[in-house]
Write a protein that binds this ligand. Structure first.
Ligand SMILES: [Ca+2]
Length: 498
């Protein structure tokens, strides 16, 4: 055969294969019942201009995990991508961009992808009433990972007739917690794992920290002190933090890269003297802000969890500012966690603000063992050759980055610095908030999946990760700025060049 004939032969073969895949996709619902999956629809989708043609499969993974799978009709790269769901899950959200639940970025790279609702359905942020059922809690805690993996492999076998060459897991927030759980509890399922802004210490975050934030923000009569209007004063707080702590890391770049060295002095912010403006704080406001930076303490003054990082102020409105009528997301999450997830028994009518930091912490232990992803023994994952990238916005005011740093150090204590560095690296993203809620002042876009592929498939370990800005809000973000993240404890660097 000449070149042209060979080309025609392969093009012909290829179109047979892709039409075969399309046919399998569109008849999937009629084939034999799959042991692990109840399919409700399966069809090829070719009218999404932002996506390659894909087989869209919807249904339920037994017992009750809603899912959507998106498998390429043509040009499958032979690999599998599973996403973890954010928050308390409950929705499938296959078109979500950025990091939670997101699969389209992997589909565009040719992956067969799947995302789920975590094993229960809910419509509103912070709804954890489904967690009165302990079996459902166990699925949310981690069982969703192997159940989804096994079901997806059945689907891959039906559509492509084979197993994938590589499997990846990625998630942010609760999805990042699931990613860490995958490495800890199911070490042989994934070749590569991306754990973003993970709620590793879910019982500490949802129980101790979240209830502290609510209580710190109430006056003696139970009224909220920092409400939605306080958003206007956040730039003042941010400027104060940057002025005091940007240089502590050795570089004035607009980011506080050593927040642990930073103690914010609020005396430098003028007191409001009768007249309220956006360039002063009242005494009550200063008291609350002090408590937020310092973090939870008990009545003996003992520190119980981390404080909100300086430099994260611009994101406080998204997560922590609200009113009685319009509660903050942090409030909703706290009221969901306590009582439904945090306690073994779910006390009726319990309010998060009533969580007692002197007496109630031990009540979180049993559920903490189920939910938290704190086990530093990743040896089994290491032994299988798995690689994990953990990343965390250094200005995340909801899921505090200190818990990722503490975890990383615990893994080093367990496995040693050299072994850990061979398969697990932590990247802190300066000035980025929680998973991505607003453009950060510094570059906050990166392609972690590409970086992880290079590590897993080519043995090219990430010594630096490019970050860039493609936001258009030019008043706030430099569109040409580039950065390089480096593995913790190294710091990121920035340049103005393209
Ligand atoms: Ca700096």
């Amino acid at each position: 055969m000449g070149f042209l004939e060979i080309k025609i032969f392969f093009v012909g073969l290829f179109s047979v294969i892709s039409s075969d895949i399309k046919a399998k996709c569109e008849t999937l619902i009629e084939v034999d019942l799959l042991p692990r999956v109840q399919i409700s629809s399966s069809e090829s989708v070719s009218d999404r201009r932002d996506l390659p043609e894909f087989c869209q499969i919807k249904g339920e993974i037994r017992p009750n995990i809603g899912f959507e799978a998106r498998f390429p009709i043509t040009d499958w790269n032979g690999k599998y991508f599973q996403a973890g769901c954010g928050g308390y899950c409950g929705q499938i959200l296959p078109d979500r961009e950025t990091h939670s639940n997101a699969i389209n970025h992997a589909l565009r790279r040719g992956y067969a992808t799947i995302t789920t609702d975590g094993g229960h359905q809910s419509q509103s942020m912070g709804d954890a009433s489904w967690a009165t059922n302990h079996e459902v809690e166990k699925i949310y805690a981690s069982e969703v990972i192997p159940l989804t993996h096994a079901a997806a492999f059945e689907l891959l076998d039906k559509i492509y007739g084979r197993k994938p060459s590589y499997s990846y897991f990625s998630g942010c927030s609760n999805g990042g917690r699931l990613a860490a759980k995958a490495a800890q509890e199911y070490p042989s399922l994934f070749n590569g794992i991306i754990s973003g802004c993970p709620v590793l210490n879910l019982s500490g975050s949802g129980g101790i920290f979240a209830s502290w934030v609510l209580r710190a923000n109430l006056d003696a009569s139970g009224e909220i002190i920092l409400d939605e209007k306080f958003e206007d004063k956040l730039p003042l707080l941010e400027q104060n933090a940057i002025a005091q702590c940007d240089a502590l890391d050795g570089t004035i770049d607009g980011a506080i890269q050593k927040p642990q060295d930073c103690f914010i002095n609020l005396d430098q912010i003028p007191d409001c003297d009768g007249e309220e403006t956006t360039s002063c704080l009242t005494m009550d406001e200063k008291k609350v802000v002090r408590k937020l930076y310092d973090g939870p303490v008990n009545s003996a003054g003992e520190k119980l969890f981390y404080g909100i990082p300086p430099g994260s102020e611009r994101y406080w409105a998204v997560w922590h500012l609200g009113s009685q009528e319009n509660p903050s997301i942090g409030t909703l999450l706290a009221e969901g966690f306590l009582p439904f997830l945090g306690f073994t028994e779910d006390p009726d009518g319990f309010k998060a603000v009533d969580f007692d930091l002197d007496n109630d912490i031990s009540k979180l232990e049993t559920q903490g063992q189920l939910l938290d992803a704190m086990n530093p023994d990743l040896n089994a994952f290491f032994e299988t050759g798995g690689k994990m990238i953990m990343w965390h916005g250094q200005a995340d005011p909801l899921v505090l980055p200190d818990q990722s740093i503490a975890y990383y150090n615990a893994v080093i204590d367990k496995l040693g610095q050299n072994t850990t560095y061979e398969f697990f690296r932590l990247f802190l993203v300066p000035s980025m908030g929680h998973c991505w809620e607003l453009p950060a002042p510094l570059p906050d876009r990166m392609n972690m999946l590409k970086v992880l592929e290079d590590w897993v498939e080519n043995g090219s370990a990430p010594n630096e990760i490019a970050v860039y800005s493609d936001m258009v809000d030019k008043d706030k973000v430099s569109s040409t700025k580039r950065g390089k993240l480096r593995p913790y404890p190294k710091l990121a660097t920035y340049s103005d060049s393209d």
